[in-house]
Design a protein. Structure first.
Length: 495
């Protein structure tokens, strides 16, 4: 039944056959279960909700605010209440699902507990699914949304038709989740709240490890230990794909299981242990072209549509996982080159008045640095304007010096207020975006704290010129500035 741990299951497995008919059948429930998602507008939550619906379950939800995601769920027939309250809950309810951001005093959670309704964290429920399907999990501080989406795309294009739950919208997949007819489940494995410890994957990749989520983790050593524990969650005999170019992953490899079931990939690192390489690497307008080499044999030339050296590394991880899943050599080469990326990763929103407008999710110093470098190489703008919305006061405070050094590829940085989520009011008073602007200006390009979105839009309208590029960047709602900038200049036009 759902909740029991299992190892790899084949297409002929009765557990997997039951899952094809819906998770509820694993509970011996004849018509499926009724789930209510608190915080359903989040990327992972909305994706899992849609997978459950596709498997025959009834799903409702609630969120604090309406959004494009919420509107899409409503269009798919999922009733979503705006605001939290017991009135949002259906009359018959089997399970309540909560995101990591839901507080103990949430009225819907309290009602469910008082009425003895089974409560799952999002990660717990996703972990239950991973016990019943051969699951491929992609983890790492950076790149896991892009890489898990890329893998799902390659598997689908090769005819394996996986199910997938990814924390981003993917145009080529029709969204961030899907219930396929194939045996595999592809998931993005998040380290926050140790969520990925609930998974029991048959194969996994770890792309990199850096300091982040310091509102939860004590330090980088605790983060490294958490990733090492994730490795121990992989089913015995399963595959672990690891980046040999990452310093912390090399440290982590000495903390986890023996390395007989690991496959290392690398752009730079020498050594016999590296089984997947990108050789004869070249960049054309920022996009990588390389020979994919596996165990010393060149498989073919890959020409990526995605810019940046980091995406070459991501492609190697995807190739290794796809090969494990049964995709043949020619299909891997072809479909690595076909993938167009995920929403809010260097997404081109339009060009207006000669100014190109991009949007990106980067919210960690390393992500900012590599993304700005990739943008500059890809577009070569006259002037690069970065509108960065810091995400969380805790992250900004703990990584202040790293943030200050991450904007070198930009010419001007504009900052609104920090996006407030999860932090305490006390921490909110300790750090602000004006302090970050001062630190950036001291270390690198011009930086201006303007506070409100309206001020930033006006500043760009007065100062951005033909040949410039504006990128909105951050995990919050900073994308609204780009949309408003385009709207004010008239109709969108394609780049």
């Amino acid at each position: 039944m759902l909740g029991q741990k299992s190892h790899l299951v084949s297409e002929r497995s009765p557990q997997l056959a039951a899952l094809r008919g819906g998770v509820g059948s694993l509970h011996k429930h004849p018509t499926g279960l009724t789930y209510h998602f608190v915080g359903i507008g989040g990327c992972g939550m909305s994706g899992l909700a849609q997978v459950l619906v596709q498997h025959g379950h009834s799903v409702t939800g609630s969120d604090l605010n309406s959004s494009v995601v919420v509107e899409r769920l409503a269009a798919a027939g999922i009733a979503v209440g705006i605001g939290h309250g017991a009135h949002n809950l259906p009359e018959e309810l089997d399970c309540l699902v909560v995101s990591a951001a839901v507080k103990p005093d949430n009225p819907e959670l309290i009602w469910a507990q008082e009425h003895n309704i089974k409560v799952y964290k999002y990660a717990q429920l996703l972990g239950q699914l991973s016990c019943q399907m051969p699951t491929i999990a992609v983890a790492g501080t950076h790149g896991k949304s892009t890489s898990s989406a890329w893998l799902a795309y390659v598997l689908r294009a090769a005819g394996l038709d996986p199910s997938f739950v990814i924390g981003a919208d993917v145009a080529q997949l029709g969204g961030g989740s899907g219930a396929g007819q194939g045996e595999h489940l592809v998931v993005e494995a998040c380290e926050y709240d140790r969520s990925f410890h609930h998974l029991r994957p048959a194969a996994a990749a770890i792309l990199n490890i850096e300091g982040d989520h310091f509102d939860y983790y004590r330090d980088i050593e605790e983060i490294t230990d958490s990733f090492a524990h994730f490795v121990d969650c992989v089913a015995p005999g399963g595959l672990v794909v690891v980046n040999a170019d990452d310093e912390r992953l090399n440290i982590m490899s000495r903390k986890g299981r023996p390395c007989d079931n690991w496959q290392w990939f690398s752009i730079e690192s020498p050594g016999r242990r590296v089984r997947w390489r990108a050789e004869n690497l070249n960049f054309v307008q920022g996009r990588g072209e390389f020979d994919l080499v596996h165990d010393g044999t060149a498989w073919g030339r890959v020409e990526l549509t995605l810019a940046g050296r980091h995406n070459v590394s991501n492609a190697l991880a995807v190739a290794a996982l796809a090969h494990w899943a049964g995709v043949d050599q020619q299909s891997i080469i072809a479909h690595l080159s076909d993938f167009q990326g995920v929403k809010r990763r260097m997404t081109c929103k339009g060009e207006v008045g000669g100014v190109v407008v991009l949007d990106d999710y980067a919210h960690h110093p390393t992500e900012i640095r590599v993304t700005l470098e990739a943008i500059k190489a890809r577009y070569r703008p006259r002037k690069l304007w970065c509108v960065f919305q810091p995400h969380q006061h805790s992250r900004t405070r703990f990584l202040l010096d790293e943030f200050a050094l991450s904007f070198d590829a930009a010419d001007v940085v504009l900052l609104p207020d920090i996006y407030f989520v999860r932090d305490s009011e006390a921490l909110r008073r300790e750090i602000n975006a004006a302090q970050l602007a001062d630190r950036i200006s001291t270390k690198g390009p011009q930086a201006h704290y303007l506070g409100e979105f309206e001020q930033i839009t006006e500043f760009l309208m007065q100062n951005a010129k033909d040949g410039d590029l504006v990128v909105t960047m951050g995990a919050g709602d900073v994308w609204k500035i780009g949309d408003e900038f385009i709207r004010r200049f008239g109709r969108d036009s394609k780049v």
